[in-house]
Design a protein around this ligand. Structure first.
Ligand code: FES
Length: 139
């Protein structure tokens, strides 16, 4: 191998190694979602709902209790232009007043209108009497 060839090979290998180290560092230190108590079990009646914020105070979400031991939560911000959606318990849907978007309250799926993606669904855990949000499901 010539000196020039070695230098090219060594330079390319160094760039690949640096990129790998940066990716590994980012994966280890990327910001995660907070763990936050959003309600007490039994705080809302079966069929009821509650508005809370997660992961920050400017991010409203809905917590629903469709059955005795079932809790489910979604972002309240429409995936079209972030208008706040409203829960319609009689139809178990979320409606967006801005452009008529409609989402399923079972899984956040878009049922009608212009929203390009489902409502983000939160990951919930039951810890004793607390309902805790720990992040968002991947869609
Ligand atoms: S902002 Fe909700 S449908 Fe456009």
């Amino acid at each position: 191998m010539t000196r020039r060839g070695f230098n090219l090979w060594f330079g390319a290998a160094s760039v690949v190694a640096l990129a790998g180290a940066l990716v590994a560092y980012w994966q280890k230190h990327k910001p995660g979602y907070p763990t936050k108590i959003i309600a007490q079990a039994g705080e809302i009646p079966v069929g009821g709902s509650k508005i809370f914020t997660y992961p920050a105070d400017d991010r409203p979400c809905f917590l629903l209790r469709p059955a005795e031991d079932t809790y489910i939560a979604f972002s309240r911000l429409c995936t079209h232009h972030t208008c706040p959606v409203f829960y319609q318990p009689a139809d178990h849907i979320f409606t967006c007043p801005c452009h008529g978007g409609i989402f399923s309250a079972s899984n956040g799926a878009v049922l009608d209108g212009p929203p390009p993606k489902p409502l983000p669904q939160l990951i919930l855990e039951r810890r004793g009497n607390n309902i805790v949000a720990t992040g968002f499901l991947q869609t």
